[in-house]
Structure formats: C-alpha cells, structure tokens
Design a protein around this ligand. Structure first.
Ligand SMILES: NC(=O)C1=CN([C@@H]2O[C@H](COP(=O)(O)OP(=O)(O)OC[C@H]3O[C@@H](n4cnc5c(N)ncnc54)[C@H](OP(=O)(O)O)[C@@H]3O)[C@@H](O)[C@H]2O)C=CC1
Ligand SMILES: O=C1O[C@H](COP(=O)(O)O)[C@@H](O)[C@H](O)[C@H]1O
Length: 584
C-alpha cells in the first residue's frame, strides 16, 4: 500500500468533503491498478491535489511490495481530468521541480515581501524538494550579488531560530539571477535555458511572479509564455495589482493577458486575502453556530471596513498619484474582505464555489454614488518639533495633485440578506494609527430592560464584533456586562481572542500563504476575472466623476484622524465609526 507522510504546510481546505469524494473516485481507479492511496491533506509533500475539476496525485511508495513495476524510481504520477474520465499514468520516472522566477527582482516588493516569503516557506519545509528561485530584471547583477541583496531581507521567525543561518545559506544557494529586458523574447529564451539546466530533466513546473510596474505586465507575459513556459508541466503567472485603473483598462489588461495565458494560469494577487484574519473570516462565520444566524440585516446595523496607515506614500508617490487610495485599497483589499464577509454559504470550500459566491455579492451591489464618497489628502504638519511632509511635497507628485490619500465610502448590497445595511469603508494614509479591521455593529436590543443604565446613547449599548486584521491580531466582541458588586451597574467589556496571548506561533506573512497556494495551484485566494470586472463596475463611475469634476479633497494634517467629512457621511446613515470611540 502506498502511504503518505504528513506535514503542516497545506491547509485543511484540501480535506473538504467535496475533494475527498473526488479523491475517493480516483482511489478506486488506483485500486484497480493494484495501488491504494490514503487521502492526505498535505498537497506539497505528497502532491495530492484537487483543483478545478482536475485531480492530480503523486505518491511515493514507502512499502517495497507495492506493485509499481512499470515505474522507475518508485514514483507514480497520475492525473485525471474530471468529465473526460481519463487517467493517464506518467511513468517518466523522476519527480518534478518548481522554478519560481521573480520578474522585477531588483524592486521594492521583491526585496520586502517575495524573497522573504519564499525563504519562510523553505524554512518551514513547505517548498517542494526540487525548487529553484530565479531573479529576473534589467539591472546587472551576478548570482552572488542577488544573494547578497536577498540575504539582507531574510529573517527567521521569532519562534524558530535554530539553524537559521544554515537554512539561509541553503536557501540562497537555490537563488540565481538573470538580467534581461521585459520585452525581449531572446532574453527570456536565455532564462529558459538556465531554468532547464537547473531542472535537470525533471517535469518542469514554472511560476512567474510579475513584480514590475503594470505597464510592462503584458510584455513580460508575452515573452515569458512564448520563450520560457514549461513544456511538460504547468506554467503559472502571479500578477500584482493594480489590475487596471477602471473597468475599461482592467478589461483590456485581462484581454491582453489572455492572449498568452489561460484564465487558470493567471493568479491575480490581493495580499489581503492571504492575511490570517481574513482567511479566518469564513471559519468564524461558517463553523460557529452563534454567528451565522446573526449575519444579516435582521441583526446587523452596519459593517465597517477600516484601513489606516500612520505613514504617507513615501517613495511610492509616482505610482500612487496615478491611482489614489480608492483604487489602491478600497476597490481591492476592502472590497475583497466585504465580499468574503457578505457572501452566501458556498457549496464547498473549492476555489470556484467560493469565488462564485463572492461574484454574486459584488454583482448585487449598487455602484458607489458620488454623494456617498468623501475624499481627503494629507498636508504637512509639525508635531513635537518634527515636521511631517504633505502629500504634494513628494517630488514625484504634481504640486496641484487632487489625488485622494483618504476616502470614506458607503456601499450597499441589494439582496435579501443585506438590504439597507450600510457597508462603510474608510481608508487613509498618514493618519494617527496603523490598523486594518472589520467592525460589525449589531442592532439595539428591543425593549432592553437595562436601557436606563445607558441613558439616551443606545449606540453605547449595542454589541460590536471587531476583527482586527492587523496589527496585533484579535477578534473581540463588545458586550454589556454587570460590574461586579452589590449594585446594578453595567459596563462594556470585551470577550477577547487576542492572538498573541492565545497562540504561540508567529503568524505567517500573507505572501507566504499566497505563494504556497500558487505553487499548489490553489486559486481560492486569487481574484478571478469576473470578480475583478464586478469590482471595477462598482467603483469606476464614481472614480470617473471625481476626476472629471476635479473634486477637491478635504485636507487633513499628517498624523491626524482624517477629514471630518467621514463623520458626516457615517452620520447620514446613522452610523458612528467604531474606531473613534473612547474604548475601541
Ligand atoms: N512595493 C509594494 O509595497 C507593493 C507593490 N505592488 C505592486 O507590485 C509591483 C512591483 O512593485 P515594486 O517592487 O514596488 O515596483 P518597483 O517600482 O520597485 O519596480 C520593480 C522593478 O521593475 C523595474 N522597473 C521599474 N520601473 C520600470 C519601468 N518604468 N520600466 C521597466 N522596468 C521598470 C525595476 O527593475 P530593473 O530596473 O532592474 O529592471 C524595478 O526594480 C507593482 O505592480 C506594484 O504596483 C503591490 C502592492 C504593494
Ligand atoms: O497594496 C497595498 O498595500 C499596502 C498595505 O499593505 P499591508 O499588508 O502593509 O497592510 C499599502 O501600503 C500600499 O499602498 C498598497 O498598494
């Protein structure tokens, strides 16, 4: 019997019923050929994967009596295309390899996030046995210089420091560099040659991470797909945002990418979907009976999605000025959270089932109305003897720029569950705090016996569920509680799940989860093209109007709480921002 060893990298999503059912049908066919498989949830080590109607399994036999006569090196790889009802046995011998090419390796995101995430996966033993990392960019660098650059950004987890430098050395030895233009097929052909050398004749799987400015996405994809695609394994491309700047440009980008790639090869990344607490949203809601019955207009008064940073656009003003905060944060990160929050129960945890539900929510929403948006821009401010620059003080930003660095918006979902419930978003740079959170404010308790204890301010008495995505991850529920003692005094207290106190394990960076998923072919946390279209349809008209009418943003001092207009907007819907209370 073939057995599979267990590990910790894959997620239990692979163990859902639907996938188990598919696996069991493949298992039966295996049995006919004299091999039995055990279902195993870890897809990397055992390479047991179920994806989009395609199920694939690679099994390393441990017991010698397994009848795998026709296979070399004890490896069996089987793929089955659902629907076509076909199983092909691949007996090439040798296993597969994954080559990860970071296109734009000299850039900020590559250094800050991608290489460190790859190292963390390596450290955790989550990368396949045979993998290579290639940096690709125009800058001239040797392999050694890339390694030196990368090494400066690597850290080991606080809870895992053993063998740290040894592991870093091992990882760096797997990193290589190729210098080339993004629009040169010839240069990608050279890369292909190098990749092949490292792949050593194994089945080659290739992941390209486009960490470059969006205007060169299509050039890079054209060249990579024609000159450096895998010929016998998969080729996938991770595309970074921005995916266009409105409906038209986004559709054009999708069209152009699809000239060279199939939709299932495109992994549009929204790193907020890789954050631990965003991933936990569905778990919280669908696996706890106490929440799901409350998850509707009947009990929820409003939902707030809040993002704030306590620094400005420093260093990224050139990019930012072309997009602004609505495109940078709201149309993607906050809207994705909203869709996950508000979707109906998916048929299963399969990527397509989840994404189908997200699209339905997005398509049920009313496009954002101009009167439901407030925009702001930070101005310079001196505090404690330090002077903080205004947005337009950045040399890469035009002095007369009207680009919003802050926005608040009210959105509505026109469906039976959410009719009339305001979903308020607020996002800003250069504010007084750094945080991202979801706040769910519940309705007042009808005929509350204890109303007298709260006076006229009933808002103070309503329950609020806060999911603090970052920093210092937590989920807490504000409840009314009797202050211990002989009297009858109530206060507001928190039932608090504070991650640092509850879990000793360091929370992985979002990019780790997403890179691992892309390697595994798990698409659940990536944006499908119809989701993207629906997301742009909500924001494009208001964005166009804001720009055409040259609406002047409300100026707010660097480090403040942002424009007061945000409060008026909330008040119009009878809402008070939850992050501004005395006890938050
Ligand atoms: N940085 C961040 O925090 C985030 C970035 N992103 C997205 O990720 C992608 C990469 O971001 P980031 O690393 O900041 O980008 P960079 O501006 O640092 O660009 C990455 C690399 O692309 C090359 N490059 C830059 N400008 C041009 C140009 N005009 N023409 C050709 N090549 C160019 C440079 O490499 P070389 O000159 O060596 O070829 C550069 O090192 C972008 O799409 C960005 O929007 C998304 C979220 C956050
Ligand atoms: O996508 C982006 O996200 C970052 C914030 O990401 P976080 O994980 O640090 O919260 C933001 O600074 C940047 O402007 C935006 O492009």
């Amino acid at each position: 019997m073939a057995t599979l060893s267990s590990a910790h990298c894959g997620s239990s999503i692979y163990g859902n019923d639907h996938q188990r059912a598919r696996f069991s049908s493949i298992q039966k066919r295996f049995l006919r050929s004299g091999v039995s498989l055990l279902y195993q949830s870890n897809p990397i080590r055992n390479v047991v994967r179920m994806q989009d109607g395609l199920a694939a399994a690679t099994v390393t036999p441990i017991e010698s009596e397994i009848p795998l006569k026709k296979l070399k090196e004890g490896l069996l790889s089987v793929t089955s295309t659902e629907g076509k009802d076909a199983i092909s046995v691949d007996d090439k011998g040798g296993d597969s390899t994954v080559s990860i090419t970071v296109v734009g390796a000299s850039g900020d995101l590559a250094k800050k996030k991608i290489f460190p995430a790859l190292f963390a996966l390596f450290y955790e033993d989550c990368l396949p046995e045979h993998f290579t990392v290639f940096g690709y960019a125009r800058s001239k660098m040797t392999d050694e210089e890339l390694r030196t650059m990368v090494s400066k950004t690597l850290t080991c987890r606080i809870d895992k420091r053993e063998n740290c430098s040894e592991k870093m050395d091992q990882f760096l030895k797997r990193c290589f560099y190729h210098s080339g233009q993004y629009d040169s097929k010839e240069h990608f052909t050279e890369l292909d040659k190098k990749l092949k050398e490292h792949e050593g004749g194994r089945v080659s799987n290739r992941l390209f991470y486009l960490s470059i400015p969006p205007n060169i996405f299509v050039d890079a994809v054209r060249c990579a797909s024609s000159s450096a695609s895998s010929t016998n394994g998969w080729t996938r491309v991770i595309v970074e945002k921005p995916f266009g700047r409105d409906s038209e440009s986004s559709a054009a980008l999708t069209r152009n990418l699809k000239e060279y790639l199939e939709e299932d090869q495109i992994f549009r990344i929204d790193h907020y979907l890789g954050k631990e607490l965003v991933e936990n949203l569905s778990v919280l809601r669908f696996s706890n009976l106490i929440f799901e019955p409350l998850w509707s207009r009947q009990y929820i008064r409003n939902v707030q999605l809040i993002f704030s940073e306590d620094f400005g656009t420093e260093g990224r003003g050139g990019y930012f000025d072309h997009y602004g905060i609505i495109r940078d944060i709201m149309q993607n990160h906050l809207l994705q959270i909203l869709a996950l929050f508000a979707m109906e129960t998916p048929v299963s945890l399969d990527a397509e089932d989840i994404r189908n539900e997200k699209v339905k929510v997005l398509r049920s929403m009313k496009p954002l109305q101009l009167e439901d948006v407030v925009i702001g821009q930070y101005k310079s401010h001196a505090r404690g003897g330090i002077s903080y620059p205004g947005y337009t003080d950045d040399k890469t930003v035009p002095k007369d720029s009207l680009t919003p660095t802050f926005a608040a918006a009210a959105l509505f979902i026109d469906n039976a569950r959410w009719d009339g419930v305001p979903f308020l978003m607020k996002a800003g740079k250069a504010l007084n705090t750094k945080r991202a959170e979801i706040r769910v404010q519940f309705r007042h308790v009808p005929g509350n016996l204890y109303n007298r204890s709260f006076g006229t301010d009933l808002d103070r008495a309503t329950n609020e569920l806060v999911i603090r995505v970052q920093p210092d991850e937590a989920i807490y529920l504000k409840i009314n509680n009797k202050v211990p003692g002989l009297g009858m005094r109530l206060d507001r207290s928190n039932l608090n799940l504070h991650y640092a106190a509850r879990y000793s394990k360091e929370i992985p960076d979002a990019y780790e989860r997403l890179l691992l998923d892309a390697i595994e072919g798990e698409r659940r946390l990536f944006i499908r093209s119809d989701e993207l279209d629906a997301a742009w349809a909500l924001f494009s008209p208001a964005l166009k109007e804001l720009e055409e009418k040259k609406i002047i943003p409300e100026y707010y001092p660097y480090g403040s709480r942002g424009p007061v207009g945000a409060h008026y907007l909330a008040a119009r819907y009878n809402v008070r921002w939850g992050d501004l209370g005395l006890e938050q």
